[in-house]
Design a protein around this ligand. Structure first.
Ligand code: XUL
Ligand code: CO
Length: 437
């Protein structure tokens, strides 16, 4: 019998909204059918390896606060292999079918790239075995191209081609491992693909190199027959002052400019949206509208803290608006909702790992239920349709289909005179939303 790491915690049950048991679901019921599909198919939850298993509770002002029973204080290969078992026990008890990792989360770096790759292979083999035993799947893999000091000036946007090549080698290997583990997506988050000052930066040159790198990755994907969807995760800043993948609009413009728009979609993280000065629903709506919404990093920030706090999202209104976008585009598959979220430094009990995830899952489940009711009832849509009704009229249709010139529009305006004032009725919409959340 394998070692049990979460003693005293069994499979998390569904107990319904009346329950006050922190180790039970109040809303998340994987098989409950919502909008014609089981809840779990709309939500496709994933646990992230980095915060959950590599996070220590450290911040800029102090060291880690968590004491984990499996942590032997070493960075040995054995300790990473043990962490794989911890991960799978957690996922099984939580009832989550997916997880995500960076290459450097699952295996230690060796003295050389060769040794590092060997370590990766060893741990990946163990992960594969556990995946086969449990049916748990990999939502996405990604290469950590930001922690090691070699990437301090960027990975693919580094002024030094040597670093570009090193980053390519790392992504190549990570893609091999991701393919081997059946990853359904592969993510690029460019934490150091940006600049601290334009004074020393060739902005256009760096963007050209970045695009070249992404083209090489897309080519390699095809070459090895990897089926995963490639995703770019926008974030405006942190760790660098300006990151090139600033927000969805910047990423879409970049992908289109470099002819990469058929190969990549975006992975939208809620806290990154707010850092960019947007709401979560803005980024989701924008990405979905242009056919680029691939997956979600399900977290949130704190309105009083200006950095990436990666908290579990507890805001039902926000998850309702998010799930409305997901419902409207028919789901996220092959993407999902990855909890790129961590416990507060002060939440130091082992059971808090479960509580954080349960609460996050319940918040999105509740958002899904509310969004489904909202869509079914259709009042919002009806009001919006009415607001834009003139575009269905004769003039609207002519404009949309390119049948009209500025001179003809001038003619119309001269004849019709001043347009009537039409209220936007924001408060009416807000009032309606509150009925659902
Ligand atoms: C950083 C972040 C990353 C990506 C994966 O803010 O969100 O963890 O999700 O590299
Ligand atoms: Co993320």
């Amino acid at each position: 019998m394998a070692t049990e790491y979460f003693k005293g915690i069994s499979k998390i049950p569904f107990e319904g909204p009346e329950s006050v048991n922190p180790l039970a679901f109040k809303y998340y019921r994987p098989d409950q059918v919502v909008a014609g599909r089981p809840m779990k198919d709309w939500l496709r939850f994933s646990v992230c390896y980095w915060h959950t298993w590599r996070g220590t509770g450290a911040d800029m002002f102090g060291p880690g606060t968590y004491c984990r029973p499996w942590d032997d204080g070493t960075n040995s290969l054995e300790s990473y292999l043990k962490l794989v078992d911890v991960n799978f026990e957690f996922l099984q008890k939580l009832g989550v079918e997916y997880f995500c990792f960076h290459d450097r989360d699952i295996a230690p770096e060796g003295a050389t790239l060769e040794e590092t790759n060997k370590n990766l292979e060893t741990v990946a083999a163990h992960i594969k075995k556990r995946m086969q035993e449990t049916g748990i799947k990999l939502l996405w893999g990604t290469a950590n191209l930001f922690s090691n000091p070699r990437y301090m000036n960027g990975a693919s946007t580094n002024p030094d081609t040597h670093v570009f090549a090193y980053a390519a080698a790392q992504v190549k290997k990570c893609m091999d491992i991701s393919k081997e583990l059946g990853a359904e997506n592969y993510v690029f988050w460019g934490g150091r693909e940006g600049y601290q000052t334009l004074l020393n930066t060739d902005l256009k040159g760096e963007l050209d190199h970045f695009a070249r790198f992404l083209q090489l990755a897309a080519d390699y994907k095809k070459q090895i027959g990897f089926q995963g969807q490639l995703l770019i995760e926008p974030k405006p800043r942190e760790p660098t002052k300006h990151q090139y993948d600033f927000d969805t609009a910047a990423v879409v413009a970049f992908l289109k400019s470099y002819n990469l728009d058929k190969d990549y979609k975006v992975n939208i993280e809620a806290n990154h949206c707010t850092l960019a000065g947007h709401t979560f629903e803005h980024e989701l709506t924008y990405a979905s509208a242009y056919g680029f919404l691939g997956s979600i990093d399900a977290n949130t920030g704190d309105p009083l803290l200006g950095w990436d706090t990666d908290q579990f999202n507890m805001d039902v209104k926000q998850t309702t608006l998010a799930m409305q976008v997901v419902l409207r585009q028919g789901g996220l598959q092959p993407g999902g909702l990855n909890f790129d979220a961590k416990l507060r430094r002060e939440s130091s009990d082992l059971e808090d790992l479960f509580i954080g995830h349960i609460a996050g899952m319940d918040t999105f489940a509740r958002g899904l239920l509310a969004a489904a009711r909202l869509e079914e009832e259709g009042t919002f849509q009806a009001w919006r349709d009415e607001r834009y009704a003139s575009w269905k009229g004769e003039l609207g249709q002519k404009i949309v289909s390119g049948q009209v010139t500025f001179a003809e529009l001038e003619q119309f305006a001269l004849q019709a005179g001043e347009p009537k004032q039409v209220s936007a009725k924001q408060e009416k919409y807000e009032m309606l939303l509150n009925r659902y959340v």
